[in-house]
Design a protein around this ligand. Structure first.
Ligand code: SN0
Length: 314
């Protein structure tokens, strides 16, 4: 594996899960791999878990880490080719990326969808420039259309908590005040479809995800019906894909409450965080015994470490 941008980059998903569980049991067992190796983490957007867990994963492997917050500490970067650079962006990615590549062995990139162009977002314009110009392996720390390190941690968490071979996993849209990317739900669905779970997706009309991720999965538009018998409830907001970036609903009858959870098979509640309390989920559910969001976040370390280890092993 050279780059990691989606589940399809893994040579074998169940082996990767096994490896993550081994690393979790023995996190410092592979320190020799990272000696004198450097990872640079580039952030075009804010981060808490991704930044700290990826840095921790790199440290566990004996690597050095450098972090650049592009829009705060760096020059503003131009990404268009052929432009006359007479505006407010002094640096072009075409040079910046190969320069960064000379300073490190692996690059992690976070570049969310910015909703200015659906085409630029869905062709992963920024992430692909890093792949094309850096000369080193690139890992996605949430790009425009996917968040594979999150999905890997989510999968690992379900494997740890499941009490039957084929649990019912329900991904539900929930309301939010802002326009959020589709990366987390796209990636979660894509990842779950690689495993034999009973996956159900529920959302209001107009929130259909790109077919590329959904495949032939049929949406259940009735959230209560979807939640019946669920073993895991994975809540997430996203903005519309078809009416790109728009908020079509803030309907709080979709908020995950104790009443909604009582429809399930004593389900565990999951969310990638940060989570808007009493919009996405009530305090009662989030602070109650069903919530496994902190364990899920901890697994971000082991998912990142598994990927970095595979890349270091070449
Ligand atoms: C990001 C998203 O893709 O939904 C990152 C999730 C891991 N979430 C947000 O940007 C939340 C921002 C907010 O205002 O709640």
């Amino acid at each position: 594996m050279r780059h990691f941008t989606s589940v399809y980059d893994l040579p074998n998903l169940s082996e990767a899960i096994k490896s993550a569980l081994e690393i979790k049991n023995n996190p410092y067992g592979f320190q020799h791999l990272g000696k004198n190796k450097t990872i640079i983490l580039i952030f075009f957007n804010a981060s808490l878990r991704t930044r700290l867990s990826t840095q921790k994963a790199a440290m566990n492997l004996g690597m050095n880490t450098m972090i650049l917050n592009v829009n705060q500490d760096g020059w503003r970067m131009e990404s268009e080719m052929g432009v006359i650079m007479d505006g407010d962006k002094p640096e072009h990615m075409r040079e910046a990326i190969p320069v960064i590549g000379r300073f490190c062995d692996i690059i992690g990139v976070r570049a969310f969808a910015d909703f200015e162009s659906k085409e630029d977002d869905y062709t992963e314009k920024i992430l692909n420039q890093f792949i094309d110009y850096s000369g080193v392996p690139v890992i996605s720390m949430e790009a425009a259309t996917r968040h594979p390190l999150q999905s890997f941690a989510d999968h690992l968490t379900i494997e740890e908590y499941k009490t039957k071979a084929r649990p019912k996993v329900v991904m539900t849209w929930a309301p939010h005040p802002k326009s959020l990317p589709q990366a987390v739900p796209n990636s979660f669905v894509e990842w779950m479809r690689q495993t034999d779970y009973d996956l159900v997706v529920t959302h209001p009309q107009g929130y259909e995800l790109d077919k590329k991720f959904m495949g032939d999965l049929v949406v259940e538009y009735d959230q209560n019906k979807a939640l019946e018998g669920a073993d895991f409830v994975y809540a997430k907001n996203w903005s519309s894909y078809t009416q790109y970036g728009e908020i079509l609903s803030k309907d709080r009858s979709w908020t995950i409450t104790s009443d909604k959870m009582s429809l399930t098979n004593n389900a565990k509640f999951m969310h990638c965080l940060p989570v808007r309390r009493n919009m996405i989920v009530t305090d009662e559910v989030l602070d109650g015994p069903a919530s496994i969001v902190v364990d899920e976040a901890e697994n971000r370390v082991y998912s990142a470490q598994t990927i970095l280890k595979m890349i270091l092993e070449g």
